[in-house]
Write a protein that binds this ligand. Structure first.
Ligand code: Q46
Ligand code: ZN
Ligand code: ZN
Length: 344
């Protein structure tokens, strides 16, 4: 009697009846290893099409950190036949864990098994003379944590490199858990500007901005992790040491509690928000009318922060004239590595 009950509970793949490796309640779908991989790749393509992210002719730049999300994304886009190159930014975060070095090793390990991939590498120390923690200490931004300097630098570098190298779109591995946590945070504070902009695809609203997309935004984190594992991707398991105590982690925990109590709620929360916005049932605006973007007088990237963007300001002193300021801001340098060779 007992035995029969146990057997009945083993989920079976909906396609072939083999033992399932995953059950996705929000889709009422259990799949075996083979069919889960197939489904995951097809569902990514459906998300790309649903939100008009990019087409087969577009050049795609994948921001890779060495973590499961970005490497799984690069893997899927390559399988789907997209022209997708990687961009890795060496932040120089060590803190006794060699976090950055091990992240780059994970990216290189991934590439070694996939010939023909191309990776742009920007090393903060080489390009700008300082690692992220050093830069954050010097400019004293972010109350002891380098995250604000890090986020600002990554956004700036990704945008500049994508435009300079002629990419049509920059993609990131943000998943549903990331997006739901950000949505939750923004809703709690009614951050109308952020709510207006939160979207799976961000159009280039200015010639100095690259289009951005998040093809994994409808996957739970556990689904991406399961995909990375069944594909044998050896990713960097550790989080950045500075992520400890981040508010988004706290919101993720809250949403996980909610999810345990009411499965599928994260998916509903995020996708219904997008649907309601699309239908015009809810609308959000920037608090003070339209945001005015002007090109930074040093790097040319659009900024709302006045004459000089927040990134360039990290190298500029108030007593400098424009010419001196221009000379003080280091310019972006990078190297290219390909799967066939150790160093590019
Ligand atoms: S912002 Fe902060 Fe992250 Fe940069 S310093 Fe680490 S935790 S990597 S997404
Ligand atoms: Zn199956
Ligand atoms: Zn600038």
């Amino acid at each position: 009697m007992k035995k029969r009950q146990t057997q009945a509970r083993v989920p079976r793949c909906k396609k072939c009846g083999a033992p399932a490796v995953i059950y996705m309640r929000q889709h009422r779908l259990a799949l075996c290893e083979t069919h889960f991989q197939e489904w995951f790749v097809n569902y990514t393509q459906r998300t790309i099409e649903k939100y008009h992210m990019f087409g087969p002719e577009d050049r795609v730049l994948v921001a890779v950190s060495g973590g499961k999300d970005s490497l799984a994304l690069w893997d899927v886009l390559t399988q789907l036949g997209y022209r997708a190159d990687g961009l890795y930014i060496g932040l120089g975060i060590d803190e006794g864990t060699q976090y950055s070095q091990r992240s780059l090793e994970a990216v290189r390990g991934f590439m070694a098994e996939r010939p023909g991939l191309r990776l742009y590498v920007v090393d903060m120390k080489e390009a700008y003379g300082e690692t992220i923690p050093e830069l954050a200490r010097r400019v004293r931004r972010g109350r002891g944590k380098p995250c604000s300097v890090c986020g600002l630098s990554k956004r700036h570098i990704m945008n500049e490199l994508a435009l300079r190298e002629g990419f049509d779109v920059l993609v990131t591995g943000h998943n549903l858990d990331d997006e739901a946590a950000v949505l939750f945070q923004n809703t709690l504070r009614w951050q109308t500007g952020y709510l207006a902009r939160q979207s799976p695809v961000l159009e280039a609203t200015h010639p100095g901005l690259v289009r951005k997309a998040k093809p994994f935004c409808r996957f739970y984190e556990r689904e991406v992790a399961a995909y990375a594992i069944v594909r044998g991707i050896e990713y960097q398991y550790d989080e950045c040491p500075f992520s400890v105590g981040a508010t988004t982690i706290y919101y993720k925990e809250l949403l996980n509690q909610l999810e345990r109590h009411s499965p599928g709620s994260k998916f509903q929360f995020y996708t219904q928000f997008l649907k309601a916005k699309k239908k015009g049932l809810i609308t959000f605006h920037e608090p003070e009318g339209e945001v005015v973007l002007r090109p930074c007088r040093i790097c040319g990237q659009p900024t709302t922060a006045g004459e000089i963007c927040a990134f360039c300001r990290m190298w500029v002193r108030p007593d400098m004239d424009l010419e001196e300021a221009k000379r003080s801001v280091p310019s972006l340098t990078f190297r290219v590595e390909t799967s066939e060779s150790e160093e590019g």
